[in-house]
Design a protein around this ligand. Sequence first.
Ligand code: BYC
Ligand code: FE
Ligand code: FE
Length: 471
Amino acid sequence: MATIDYEQKIPNNVDLKSDKKLQRALEKWQPDYIDWWRDMGPTDFNENEVFLRTAVSVDRDGWAQFEYVRMPEYRWGIFLQPDDSERTIPFGDHMGEPAWQQVPGEYRNMLRRIIVTQGDTEPASVEQQRLLGLTAPSLYDLRNLFQVNVEEGRHLWAMVYLLHGFFGRDGREEADELLERRSGNPDHPRILGTFNEPCRDWLSFFCFTTYTDRDGKFQLLALAESGFDPLARTCRFMLTEEAHHMFVGQTGIGRVIERTCQLMNEHPDRDVKELGGIPLDIVQRYINFWSSSSNDLFGGEISSNAANFFGTGLKGRANEAKLNLDHKALEEIYSMEVWEDGRLSSRDVPLRNAMNEVLRDEYVNDNEKGIIYFNKIVERHNIDFRFSLPHRRFNRRIGMYSEGLFDLQGNPIDQATWERDKNALLPSREDREHVASLMKPCHEQGKIAGWIAPPQKGIDGKPFEYEYVKL
Ligand code: BYC
Ligand code: FE
Ligand code: FE
């Protein structure tokens, strides 16, 4: 079993103690990380004991161990999927060559940029979520928030390990900067758009963990195929943590819907808002916002960066090695609707240049499944409302569709129509104020706020009423 050495100051399964130089670099960075956590993490709960899971082994089954931990004492560390010394590069121009164990010199800058971009999102999300604990709807939810937070912290560690271990001095500088940029700070923002958006209420949190963490899932799947083996193995282990983040989001939105449906059926003649629930159309608008913003995280539809990432073997498609595909992707074309001169038309793009769109296709598919789950809930309550996923062209800031305005079905609309309809498409100020008005903490054991249904089960076989956080 690939166990993790918890005797070390930095838990790891990469035999850190025999690499003194790396150990020194990480030990120097660690106090800055803890300072950042105490400053920019869930500050008000650093002294509370939280029922958290920690990785004990990196094998598929053996990893979850639950215990009470104070967050700043969480055993952040460096865990890689055990190596497969036979692994070859599964795609691109170097396909079939042994996977790189060191940074390929000619791709160094590109690789570092990918790792920095990935790394930057992790602390950003912790910053975005840092005040949510103050308004948690239950101890169960509070604990899930903190579980997500500590794991995103560990994902930062994962990228810092790569920067320190493989990039020398500029890697160390990048690692320092990962603790210096700040979500939403106009002078020193995080790199990608969504990670600068405020996430002030729990409906936003559930949408974030559904849609933004799911971008994380697909980006990690693509990087898990990387020809740079340490990155691939790091991302494989991160993916095991990611599933829980999306569970929190998906079931969180589902529980909000569940509660609203209950209120609607109990009081058919009254306004859900007055009953302290979140109307379904507001939930839909939050979904519209976070899913469209997260669509941007896949980059432009036609991208020479994406073509280079693929050609060089640094970033593949999701599950590349397992799928029966032309792994060179040199001959194929991808047909897409392009937005040019104010109209849509069809164009064939060399597949490598369309790799962002290929990954976004998978993402959109997964998002569609989530919508089916939401609709099952409203159907079960016999309520005449159906959720839908906005078209990928809707509300974009990145890529060619950002040049136009589109409705939820992806049809072009003019500025006047957008202005007229935008409060029906995206959360309005009124929507946000209503949601904000419901954000009162419910920190009492076994209790839950009125705008959300309790979960079907608790964590690690414990009941919902369990004391998940000792306040
Ligand atoms: N916002 O060729 P283009 C996660 C920039 S989430 C701002 O179209 P490319 C997590 C782009 O950088 C997963 N800028 O895009 C989730 C480029 O800049 P330069 C994070 C953007 O490079 C929840 C320019 O626009 N991982 O783990 O093919 C909680 C033109 O770029 C954005 C990764 O992202 C944007 N949305 O693709 C915690 C994986 N999009 O060169 C964690 C690593 C693009 O003009 N990153 N730009 O300065 C990548 O693979 C690529 O950088 C991207 C962009 C897919 C993000
Ligand atoms: Fe993450
Ligand atoms: Fe995540």
